[in-house]
Design a protein around this ligand. Sequence first.
Ligand SMILES: Nc1nc2c(ncn2[C@@H]2O[C@H](COP(=O)(O)OP(=O)(O)OP(=O)(O)O)[C@@H](O)[C@H]2O)c(=O)[nH]1
Ligand SMILES: [Mg+2]
Length: 464
Amino acid sequence: MTQDDTICAISTPHGIGGIAVARISGINAIRIVDNVWKGKTLKEAISHSAHLGTIVDEQGEAVDQAVATVYRAPRSFTGEDVVEISVHGSLWVQRELINLLVRQGCRIADAGEFTRRAFANGRMDLAEAEAVADVIASSSRAAHRIAMSQMRGDFSRRLTSLHDQLLELASLLELELDFSEEDVEFASRQRLLDLAQEIHQVVSRLASTFATGSAIKDGIPVAIVGETNAGKSTLLNRLLHEERAIVSDIHGTTRDTIEDTIEIGDTLFRFIDTAGLRDTDDTIESLGIERTIQKISDARIILWVIDATEDTGTISRGAQRILPHSTDGQILIVAINKTDIPTANTTLLSSALKGTIPDDVMTVDISAHTGAGIDTLEKLLTKASGTTDITSGDILVTNARHYEALTRATESIDRAIGGLRSGLSGDFIAQDIRETLHHLGEITGTITSQDILTSIFSRFCIGK
Ligand SMILES: Nc1nc2c(ncn2[C@@H]2O[C@H](COP(=O)(O)OP(=O)(O)OP(=O)(O)O)[C@@H](O)[C@H]2O)c(=O)[nH]1
Ligand SMILES: [Mg+2]
């Protein structure tokens, strides 16, 4: 991949639309477009100006009326000369325009190549570039909010400031090593320790936001669990507003897990319907129940569905089967279902529940069949997701690559702190600090191999 050539691609989704936008970036962008353009000469156009004209082929035949917007280097998305051409969104026009541009000397862009150029030209750092992909992929307001804050550079600024402070102290420490015979101390050990501890705190806190951050991005996993026939699949269908899972009065209808996402309020949830929990000799059903248990452990929210027409034995059985698999960070919500049936023991079951589960567990009476109580359940889910507590200034880590780098940075700064406390010699400490700097740099892209860049940008779509 070189930067000397001029690249082009359709940046709008593939298909027919009102308009389609082609993006051209590179040293010859403006000259190439002028060759296929009848209207104001773009070479003379000022940056950030839009012009109405006609795209014409080599024979002078009009391809389409179009608007060309000119951005001059370095004040463009990529940092190079960029022209964006809006044409009518016919597939033929789009194809013809790209063919024309290629015949005039453009190369079709690789996936993510525009953003890669923006990174290479210092228009954004790596974390910001990755956030562009997240903004495009965001499917809920909460996910969008996190991606936007990252694209604006909040996360990067935080890291860069830590990086710079640490670099300064590492340099002092290394200077000291050059004067080792003279036994001087340029870098105050106390200042170094204070800073290392501050960095440890910030970096480990950032790493700890990953569980929430990635759940918000991919959908908060909610495992719908309970005994067979409790109405789990009916509830899944109700929450998703579609007949996603098979419902029947036969116990053990659901064998495998079924999951799908839906946005409730600002938050994307991933609801997972599971095989009902009961004692069984059936091999397939047992495998399904094993999966249920796995889903209980992986979920952020456990939604325990109880059939209100059952006696209180259902509560002790359910508690024994579900609670041992849940962990500290998870939230339990209990839904007493089938309240529309006259024989429902709602009050009896509620009081039996009180003796079994902690007081702060949220419970709600519902009918998955009629929809009663579903509003309340949705409110409880939103509350349990924790997304309402997030404000726009909060930084949440959503990217597995960043999480890994932060975890490694935490480990190396931890070693540096240990070394400082035990009065270890400066060169060992400097080594651990360098390592921390390396991991922080991996996130913003100050230290990144070409292979990593290629793998990151290849996940983008063409035209981005
Ligand atoms: N009246 C009434 N019937 C319900 C309600 N929810 C579910 N049912 C019925 O209860 C039966 C079992 O529902 P399912 O949703 O298949 O139950 P499940 O928990 O998924 O059962 P398994 O897949 O076997 O674990 C079906 O006949 C549903 O129509 C409800 O709120 N009210
Ligand atoms: Mg089911």
